[in-house]
Design a protein around this ligand. Structure first.
Ligand code: AMP
Length: 142
């Protein structure tokens, strides 16, 4: 299974914000949509990513006033992305090594979707179940 197939299954909706937004707008959208990270756009260009951890860390260090600040003061600007052809295995390695739970999918410079660690775990569990079923069928047919 690859990234393209995961996106096909979960739909192509992209929840993103412009780099002119505030941390408060980020927090509201994270809460309303029950998601953990938001890609930040400058026009059509992906220019950052902000996760709930960034917001919590910002609040802890700078206090409530951080909510009025621009998103670019807290977001990560060097975004790790993946492509449609990347495998679930490659994503697992990427997420584990870099300690990130969200990876934007970019094709020809365009943001095509987001893959979360939840998507990866769900996919891996399905694969494991299928492998177990195939093994059971093989053993009982022997
Ligand atoms: P997360 O695990 O997604 O909550 O993010 C943990 C930290 O990694 C935060 O500082 C995020 O801004 C950053 N981060 C999350 N996803 C990415 C990504 N795809 N590329 C670069 N940094 C990221």
């Amino acid at each position: 299974m690859n990234v393209g197939k995961i996106l096909e299954a979960k739909g192509s909706e992209i929840i993103a914000l412009e780099d002119t937004c505030t941390v408060l707008e980020v927090a509201k959208l994270l809460g309303e949509r029950r998601i953990g990270a938001i890609p930040i756009m400058r026009g059509a260009q992906l220019c950052g990513i902000i996760s709930e951890r960034d917001v919590v860390r910002g609040l802890a260090i700078r206090g409530g006033g951080v909510l009025a600040d621009g998103v670019s003061t807290l977001m990560t600007k060097s975004v790790v992305t993946c492509g449609m052809e990347d495998s679930v295995q490659q994503l697992m390695v990427m997420m584990t090594e870099r300690r990130i739970r969200h990876v934007p999918v970019v094709e020809n410079g365009q943001l095509k979707g987001m893959i979360s660690i939840g998507d990866v775990v769900k996919e891996r569990m399905q694969e494991t179940e299928q492998e177990a079923e195939a093994l059971k069928a093989y053993i009982s047919s022997a």
